[in-house]
Design a protein around this ligand. Structure first.
Ligand SMILES: [Zn+2]
Length: 371
């Protein structure tokens, strides 16, 4: 039996340990000990040193009695802010919320406790399972910084297939596609001048930037592509012709080529509208799109497990990134499972006891599957 009281207690205990991105030390130590108690061989890599955080990624391995390839479960140890002093509040209807002034951290503690309880249950009952790797990444909330810094050479992953447990909604749905996400920044350079004495000697960078911005159309460009203009900065005083204006935004697309095309259009628009101003255009790809085919074994195993547990087994695509984008770059085929987190990245975040139980059952079911 998956034990309800134990999973609730574990969830609430972990919530009470703050772990904002780059400051996952305490929770990392606690989780490592718990994984060891379940029977895992546990290591930690040096990702923290590479990213400026105080903890690395956790790597854990356990052999299994089933003669099958290992599979990887992945979640993340960090949370977004505000998280200081967070505490879990248990409600009579089975919901678990924060106290209302911080996030709950169910993103991604739901995933972590479901993985641990699911495997603990298999071990306790002596139920044969596949070999299993668990990787818990640090600094996921900053475009997967921890996963990008994972020591793939030294702690090479044996699994070819992964379940990343890090999506909103009740257990039983999975993302099989996620986008390329590229940040862009247009730096428009004009010439400063006194607005009253010599305006004709100046080149107004804000004017040039505005012409370009007016021609761009942020929002949903097509079914699979979005573009945003997020911030505009500059201008020093009302009486100075501004010599600089920095416009920043992002592009997301399930189609990597379309993301690149959209970036090119933005670049061209700024160049064309700059007039006498100069434009420096910077691009930073954060994550790359993946698409896991519906007939891939990693998807079919998920559907079989959902059938057994009476879960819907819904397949979706998402315009949000996760560590699965980074794992896909490493040649690991995975999908992202919903795990009972709701209203994430807000102080209204919550989860439900029922969801934690279902999520743990799903982890166990996936590991019992021999195919
Ligand atoms: Zn997350």
């Amino acid at each position: 039996m998956i034990r309800q009281e134990r999973i609730i207690n574990e969830f609430c205990e972990l919530v009470s340990i703050d772990s904002p991105s780059y400051k996952e030390r305490m929770i990392t130590d606690v989780i490592k000990r718990r994984l060891e108690a379940i029977g895992f061989k546990v290591q930690e890599d040096d990702a923290g040193a590479k990213t400026g955080g105080n903890a690395g990624n956790i790597y854990a391995y356990m052999a299994g009695k089933l003669d099958a390839e290992p599979i990887l479960f992945c979640a993340h140890t960090d949370t977004v802010e505000p998280s200081g002093g967070k505490r879990a509040v248990l409600h009579e209807d089975g919901r678990i919320t924060s106290t209302g002034d911080t996030v709950l951290g169910g993103d991604d503690l739901c995933g972590i406790v479901e993985i641990m309880e699911g495997i603990r249950h298999l071990e306790e009952e002596g139920i044969p399972h596949r070999p299993v790797e668990v990787v818990l990444m640090a600094a996921e909330e900053v475009f997967g910084k921890g996963a990008k810094a994972y020591d793939y050479e030294g702690r090479g992953l044996r699994s070819k297939e992964a379940y990343v447990i890090d999506m909103s909604g009740p257990a039983g749905s999975a993302a099989i596609a996620a986008p390329t996400l590229i940040g862009w920044e247009a730096r428009i350079k004009g010439v400063a001048a006194h607005a009253g004495f010599a305006p004709e000697t100046g080149i107004n960078a804000i004017l040039a930037a505005s012409r370009a911005v007016a021609l761009l159309s942020p929002g949903r460009i097509s079914r699979d592509t979005t573009m945003n203009i997020g911030t505009i900065k500059e201008g020093i005083a009302d009486n100075i012709v501004p010599d600089s204006c920095i416009v920043k935004g992002e592009v997301r697309s399930l189609n990597h080529g379309k993301a690149l095309e959209t970036i090119e259009q933005i670049r061209e628009t700024f160049k064309a509208q700059a007039g006498p101003s100069e434009v420096e255009f910077l691009v930073e790809p954060h994550i790359y799109a993946y698409h896991t085919p519906e007939d891939h074994p990693v998807v079919k195993r998920f559907i079989r497990a959902c059938d057994k547990l009476g879960l819907p087994g819904t397949l979706v695509s998402t315009l949000g990134g996760s560590d699965n984008n980074v794992l896909a770059q490493q040649g690991i085929t995975g999908i992202v499972l919903s795990c009972g987190m709701y209203n994430v990245h807000s102080t209204r975040e919550y989860t439900c006891i029922e969801d934690l139980l279902k999520g743990a059952e799903l982890v166990a079911e996936l590991l019992k599957d021999e195919e």
